[in-house]
Design a protein around this ligand. Sequence first.
Ligand SMILES: Cc1cc2nc3c(=O)[nH]c(=O)nc-3n(C[C@H](O)[C@H](O)[C@H](O)COP(=O)(O)OP(=O)(O)OC[C@H]3O[C@@H](n4cnc5c(N)ncnc54)[C@H](O)[C@@H]3O)c2cc1C
Length: 386
Amino acid sequence: MNFSYSDTQIEITEAVRALATSFPADYWRRCDAEGIYPEAFVQAMTKAGWLAALIPEQYGGSGLPLLDACLILQEINRQGGNGAACHAQMYTMGSVLNHGSEQQKQSLLPRIASGELRLQAFGVTEPDAGSNTLKIKTFARRINGGYVINGQKIWTSRFKQSDMYLLLARTTPYEEVKRKTDGLSLFLVDIARAGKSLQSRPIDTMLNHHTNEVFINDLEISDEWRIGEEGKGFTYLLTSLNAERLLVASECVGDGHWFIERARRYATDRVVFDKPIGANQGVAFPIARAHMSVSAAELMRNQAASLYDAGKPCGGEANMAKYLCSEASWEAAEAAMTTFGGYGVATEYDIERKWKENRLMRTAPISNNLVLAYVAQHLLEMPRSY
Ligand SMILES: Cc1cc2nc3c(=O)[nH]c(=O)nc-3n(C[C@H](O)[C@H](O)[C@H](O)COP(=O)(O)OP(=O)(O)OC[C@H]3O[C@@H](n4cnc5c(N)ncnc54)[C@H](O)[C@@H]3O)c2cc1C
């Protein structure tokens, strides 16, 4: 058993670090203050090919293992950036790759790999269904050769920075399906072509995250843009979720290391009562505890990603990694915020920006309570809670 990263993984990390450090803290600070999408950063990530890491070489990507892709996002966040600005360009295509037709793959994947086409918006969550995805109401009614879709989504991130939208809709009413997970279908929507039948409204949030309400009115979609079989969309979505969980977990690992390093340095340099504040165990211990939590969570992420790359089941490990990494990085965020005292909330120190960004990871893409429910039910075989 070897717990070290390979030489290739270390090289990837170093190359990503060079890109990440060319977007210093004041770049991210400015984006945050002005609510700007970090377009220059996303373009640089695209040009360097990092966002095409998981697309097989035959479709123009680099076909890297998931663990390598995890290290890309980890390093971005470790250097103070925000991989969440474009992480979905890496994994949303998974539904096309794993379940799309050869024609969909040929026409989309090379363009996603080159960045000519952005598929980084996905609409699952709805205002009335929340975490209960099976209760979504957006409905795709069958017509000759396709569907007419009506409904509403909420929290669709990067809708305005995407060319295509991956949309989950009901194709059979909930009351009429045999298995609760049946009757949902996945569609690929060309946003420009949809015109007024797809309207969005940005949601103002505490962090620089470009997320929207999306209103769908009589949107016509032909059969060729449904992914896979009708009614199997939820199952398809689940198979892509492990990669998403692990990429997000990796951003948390990066954040965790960033917070610990910042807190460590500040606690060592800042002198109050004639000694460095880090000499007080009340200051040092939370940082040390967070360091242990992040290091342990990183190992669970590695275990889950290694199983994924070996083609083995990893649902339990991927969920546990998402939970542990987001909780560990939040522990580190809190330790840093406390260590910096009043300066923690001053924007020039970046703690408050990263603290806001990191807090989201406990809620999205899946709330940590729902991970606990999954672990209790599926891994520990305890009674269902919902
Ligand atoms: C900034 C941001 C970006 C997002 N981007 C996207 C996106 O691009 N696409 C997309 O589809 N969605 C997106 N989401 C949605 C996100 O996945 C959901 O917010 C999340 O899954 C929780 O759903 P909810 O907000 O409706 O909370 P709810 O389901 O209403 O839950 C509220 C609280 O109750 C708890 N809870 C609910 N049921 C249970 C239960 N049975 N047991 C224990 N606790 C429970 C939850 O854990 C949570 O703490 C985004 C959300 C945010 C905030």
